[in-house]
Write a protein that binds this ligand. Structure first.
Ligand SMILES: [Zn+2]
Length: 199
């Protein structure tokens, strides 16, 4: 893969990670003075000062010189905070429950899990974050069409609407560059703390 297509972390003016872009687009934003490059010491560079930095092992050739590949950029006029809405999807429910059956507490491969309505639909239970959990096939069969109380089964944790954003889940599946870490650690903390507090 060309280095121009590798990933760059984009921060808003508050240094919050908001998206991932390509090196190609990052350079273009930098060149147009829409963004600044950020190094590991949180120093900020415009295109000219970035291009003046000594090239390291990770460089791209531009016209007649090699410039260092930016791995983190800061948008100068972009204050939108990441969306708080998390799609109510099977993938995200499994992610919230970390592939753990919410009755027996064991982790399973995704293929061995299904979704369970805590209050069954036949009893008026709805398909919302607060009423749908991961369940293994065995627990699902044991519970049948009953509520947890009727089935004498306990949820290991009350289901909740997660606060993380699609951006955060996306970054978990990507290769992460070491240069991203200072900026992602706050997100990681929010991600994990949210789960603990919500649980
Ligand atoms: Zn189970």
């Amino acid at each position: 893969m060309s280095v121009l297509n590798t990933k760059v972390l984009v921060l808003n003016r508050s240094y919050l990670p908001i998206q991932i872009t390509s090196v190609r687009r990052a350079i273009s934003l930098l060149y147009q003075d829409i963004a600044r490059a950020v190094d590991e010491q949180y120093r900020v560079f415009d295109f000219a000062s970035w291009a003046d930095l000594a090239a390291d092992e990770d460089t791209i050739g531009l016209v007649n010189r090699a410039i260092r590949v930016p791995r983190v950029i800061l948008l100068l006029a972009y204050d939108r905070v990441p969306r708080r809405y998390v799609r109510f999807s099977r993938f995200n429910i499994y992610a919230r429950d970390r592939n753990r059956c919410q009755y027996c507490g064991r982790q399973f491969p995704r293929a061995e899990l299904n979704l369970d309505h805590v209050v069954p639909r036949s009893r008026g239970g709805t398909s919302v974050w607060e009423n749908v959990v991961c369940s293994c096939h065995r627990c699902n069969r044991l519970k049948g069409g009953r509520t947890p109380t009727e089935a004498r089964m306990r949820l290991i944790r009350e289901p909740y609407r997660p606060q993380w954003t699609p951006f955060m889940t996306e970054t978990f599946s990507l290769r992460r560059y070491k240069e991203w870490m200072p900026f992602l650690s706050a997100v990681d903390a929010a991600y994990w703390n949210t789960e603990l507090v919500e649980g």
